[in-house]
Design a protein around this ligand. Structure first.
Ligand code: G3P
Length: 220
């Protein structure tokens, strides 16, 4: 299972990278805006900075919603670095753009996916990754994790190569549920990733080991 971090914050990307388990980064226009990255050149520079930190796929999202615009923007983004994955929204022109990039051998991530039908279309169009937003489904009382299960079944039925990238992950249990189902990738915040570390028995066990070691070595 690949671990991507879902942020445009360079400090958090560095911290996850330092942990040694990071496989990539996903961003979106909202995450870029949150970091105050505005203007085309600054956005481009920011993607380059992310690619310098992480040796793995970095999703960069197009802003256009028409086919020609998405192709133009996506080609420009893909030229920035070998690790750039062009992120395309699940709309009609987006499906056409996914097919265009797939035919050209350029990696894509189909974003804003909320149903198995949308995921089927993304796979048919040759998307490298499909991003079902599980947290946002949970937000409206739908079951996000169940959608991952449904897509896994469909993709396995037909041996689609599109990787299921569980997105909008909010917490550690989302990660564990997706791992059980067999999502290929998860993208989430740093808090969810480091949350996997935590167990009170690890902390109390370590404290006991260190205390016993100190006691048995007293005066030696
Ligand atoms: O990867 C998708 C993500 O950026 C959306 O997450 O938490 O805004 O629903 P969230």
């Amino acid at each position: 299972m690949k671990f991507f971090i879902d942020t445009a914050n360079l400090d958090q990307i560095r911290e996850a990278q330092d942990l040694g388990i990071l496989d990539g980064v996903t961003t979106n226009p909202s995450l870029m805006a949150k970091e105050g990255i505005t203007g085309e050149q600054n956005v481009i520079n920011h993607y380059k900075a992310i690619c310098e930190i992480v040796d793995g796929d970095v999703s960069a999202e197009v802003i256009s919603t028409d086919y020609e615009g998405m192709v133009r923007e996506g080609l420009k983004l893909a030229e920035l670095h070998d690790n750039i994955v062009v992120k395309i929204p699940m709309i009609k022109d987006g499906v056409k753009a996914l097919k265009y990039f797939s035919d050209k051998g350029i990696k894509t991530n189909c974003t804003l996916v909320f149903s198995a039908g949308q995921a089927l279309l993304a796979a048919k169009a040759g998307a490298t990754y499909v991003s079902p937003f599980i947290g946002r489904l949970d937000d409206i009382s739908s079951n996000g994790v169940q959608l991952i299960e449904q897509i896994r079944l469909i993709y396995d039925n037909y041996a689609f190569e599109t990787e299921i990238l569980a997105a909008s992950v909010r917490h550690t249990m989302h990660i564990m549920d997706c791992a059980e189902i067999g999502a290929d990738v998860m993208t989430g915040p740093l808090s969810a990733i480091v949350g996997l570390l935590k167990h009170p028995l690890t902390d109390s066990g370590l404290a006991q080991f260190l205390a016993d070691h100190a006691k048995s070595n007293e005066g030696k």
